[in-house]
Design a protein around this ligand. Structure first.
Ligand code: ATP
Length: 240
C-alpha cells in the first residue's frame, strides 16, 4: 500500500455489530494515529466496550473494517493483533489469582525473554508500589493498584497502540487522577492510546475526541471543538 506509512496506526470504519439479533453499533468508526492519544467518550451503554472488542478481535463485526498499521486485520484473531502491536486493557484488566510478576509476564508473553525482563524492570521503576509486591497476588491489591497493574500488564507487551476500556471504572477521584498522571507520562513518551471513558477528566489526555451515542459516532474533533459545540458541551459537562 503506497500510503501505509501515513495510515492511522489503528482504525475501525463502518462497524456494525451486536449481540445475537440485537444491533449495538451502527456504522461506528474511530482512528488513532502514531503518537496520538484519543478518547472515545460515551455514556453507559453507548457501545464503547463493543467497539473496543471489535478493534481487538474479541467480537466479530457484521460489517466494516479494522486496520492495524494500514493492514486489514478484520479477520485476524486477537493474539495475531497483539503480535502486531496492539495491547488491550479490559475493565477487569488483571488475573486476580496470579502474582503481580506473573501478570506482567502474561502481558508480555509474545516478547522475547531478555527484552521482557528489561521491560518489566522499567515498568517496576514507573510503578514502585508494584515492585514492592512482585510476589503478592493481584487479588490482594487495592482497586487503584490493580488498575496500575492492568496498565503495566498491557504495557509489558511493548505495544505500538494501547487500547483501554474505562480505566476510571471503580476508582475514587484520587486514584483517577493518579491513573491520568501515569498515562500522561506514557503519552509524553509518544505512546499511541485509545481510551474509552465516560469520565471527562480523561479529556486532559486527549489529542482528539470521538463521542459515541446509541452506537453511532456523533462528534470527532479536538477538546476545544467539543467545548465549542453548545449541545455537546451541555451533554458532557452540564450547564456550568
Ligand atoms: P458501559 O460503560 O456500561 O461499559 P459501553 O458504552 O461500554 O457501556 P457496551 O458495553 O458496549 O456499552 O454496551 C452497549 C449495548 O450492548 C448495551 O445496550 C448493552 O446492554 C448491550 N450489550 C453489551 N454486552 C452484551 C452482551 N454480551 N449481550 C447482549 N447485550 C450486550
Amino acid at each position: 500500500m503506497a500510503d501505509a506509512a501515513d495510515a492511522p496506526l489503528l482504525q475501525a470504519e463502518g462497524i456494525e455489530t451486536g449481540y445475537g439479533k440485537v444491533q449495538v453499533l451502527w456504522g461506528a468508526g474511530v482512528d488513532v494515529r502514531a503518537r496520538e492519544s484519543v478518547v472515545l467518550l460515551g455514556a453507559n451503554g453507548a457501545g464503547k466496550t463493543t467497539l473496543l472488542k471489535v478493534l481487538v478481535g474479541l467480537l466479530p463485526s457484521w460489517r466494516g473494517t479494522v486496520r492495524l498499521g494500514g493492514e486489514d486485520v478484520t479477520a485476524l484473531r486477537t493474539d495475531r493483533r497483539v503480535r502486531r502491536g496492539l495491547a488491550y486493557m479490559s475493565e477487569l484488566g488483571v488475573f486476580a489469582g496470579l502474582t503481580i510478576d506473573e501478570n506482567l509476564r502474561i502481558g508480555g508473553q509474545f516478547v522475547e525473554r531478555a527484552a521482557l525482563r528489561t521491560r518489566i524492570e522499567e515498568l517496576y521503576a514507573v510503578f514502585p508500589d508494584l515492585a514492592e509486591r512482585k510476589r503478592a497476588s493481584a487479588g490482594s491489591l487495592s482497586g487503584g493498584q490493580r488498575k496500575m497493574l492492568g496498565i503495566a500488564k498491557a504495557l509489558a507487551a511493548g505495544p505500538r497502540v494501547l487500547v483501554m476500556d474505562e480505566p476510571s471504572a471503580g476508582l475514587s477521584p484520587l486514584f483517577v487522577q493518579q491513573v491520568i498522571g501515569v498515562l500522561g507520562r506514557f503519552r509524553a513518551q509518544g505512546l499511541a492510546m485509545l481510551i474509552a471513558e465516560q469520565n471527562v477528566a480523561f479529556l486532559d489526555l486527549a489529542d482528539r475526541v470521538f463521542t459515541l451515542e446509541g452506537g453511532r459516532i456523533r462528534f470527532e474533533g479536538t477538546v476545544a471543538q467539543l467545548h465549542a459545540d453548545d449541545a455537546l458541551h451541555r451533554a458532557y459537562f452540564g450547564l456550568a
